[in-house]
Design a protein around this ligand. Structure first.
Ligand code: NAP
Length: 301
């Protein structure tokens, strides 16, 4: 798979990465061997960018990356996140520098590595993006514990102004055919400043595969249940007029991934996958039948 520059950094990344939340157990029970197989299949196919977070499965996602890809540490880009404190009481946002430093140490331990390629602040509120936090990130970088740092904005894109001021190496946003707010508020800025943009949830949590129709039933442990019925109804309704994008040689999901990558600011997109077969289908988006002009006009209209 081609690799591209990750913003202004020395990192080279595959345009399709792997989102490692779905294999963590937060989306329902996970078979360990299947999760390891999913990660290894991604690597075999040329995926080198693995997005995770300490809180995914309370560390399980990071452990699985070590178990599956430990021997390939130097060949992969590990992008983890911190800021959700799940160690003390109810899980809560916590960006105190001393907490973040502790959390990074725990991530490194679980991942079995001495450094992260990218450390991202996870869903900070504007008030969390303090000078002290950025001073800590600069110090961790100087110590070699992280190579670069970025910010993963929450779904409301809160803190975007502060991110623009601080200009970290990367910014992560939701960007997909059903939610294009980032295209107005963040992506043009990232492109103009050479900041890497990570487009997450490119399949709208699976809805843009087209396999979910009215009232899909997610299992008890699946975090998608938390979004509530309105989110689901709106999502399923939003997908219906896009079904024409599926045709021989290209599934709806592949069209959705291809479209995310047509945005000139997007450096890498990180579809989640829960099986090796899903990884294969997602990577194949790069060689699927491209969208013609009429299709593009219908989508972006
Ligand atoms: N705040 C943050 O920083 C934040 C928040 C959310 C996500 N993320 C990151 O973004 C990544 C991606 O987001 P996401 O996983 O929530 O959503 P997504 O990538 O839009 O959807 C992933 C889900 O779609 C289904 N799927 C994927 N490929 C498929 C295929 N080829 N065919 C059929 N179904 C397929 C799978 O679930 P089913 O098969 O069960 O439907 C999979 O778990 C996460 O893993 C995480 O790394 C970050």
């Amino acid at each position: 798979m081609e690799q591209r520059s990750f913003g202004g950094t020395d990192l080279r990344v595959s345009p399709i990465g792997l989102g490692c939340w779905g294999i963590s157990g937060d989306w329902g029970p996970v078979n360990r061997d299947e999760a390891v197989g999913t990660l290894q299949r991604a690597f075999e196919l040329g995926v080198n960018f693995f997005d995770t977070a300490d809180m995914y499965g309370k560390g399980r996602s990071e452990e699985l990356i070590r178990e599956a890809l430990g021997p390939h540490r130097a060949e992969i880009i590990i992008a983890s996140k911190g800021g959700f404190n799940f160690y003390e009481g109810e899980r809560h946002l916590d960006f105190r520098p001393e907490y973040l430093e502790f959390a990074l140490g725990e991530s490194l331990r679980r991942l079995g590595t001495e450094y992260l390629d990218l450390y991202q602040l996870h869903n900070p509120r504007p008030a969390d993006l303090t000078d002290e936090v950025f001073a800590l990130l600069d110090r961790l970088r100087a110590q070699g514990k992280i190579r670069h740092y970025g910010v993963s904005l929450n779904s409301r894109l809160e803190g975007a102004d502060r991110v623009r001021e601080r200009c970290p190496a990367s910014v992560q946003v939701i960007y997909n055919l059903l939610d294009q707010r980032a295209a107005a508020e963040v992506l043009p800025w990232a492109r103009s400043r050479g900041v890497a943009a990570i487009a997450r949830v490119p399949l709208a949590s699976g809805l843009l595969t087209g396999k979910y129709r009215r009232d899909p039933l997610f299992s008890d442990g699946d975090q998608r249940r938390k979004h509530g019925p309105e989110w689901l109804a709106r999502g399923v309704e939003g997908v219906d007029p896009l079904r024409f994008l599926a045709r021989p040689g290209r599934s709806l999901a592949q069209a959705a991934l291809g479209l995310v990558l047509t945005h000139p600011a997007v450096t890498v997109t990180i579809p989640g996958a829960r099986s090796a077969a899903q990884v294969e289908a997602n990577v194949a988006a790069l060689s699927a039948v491209p969208l013609d002009r009429e299709e593009l006009e219908r989508v972006w209209r």
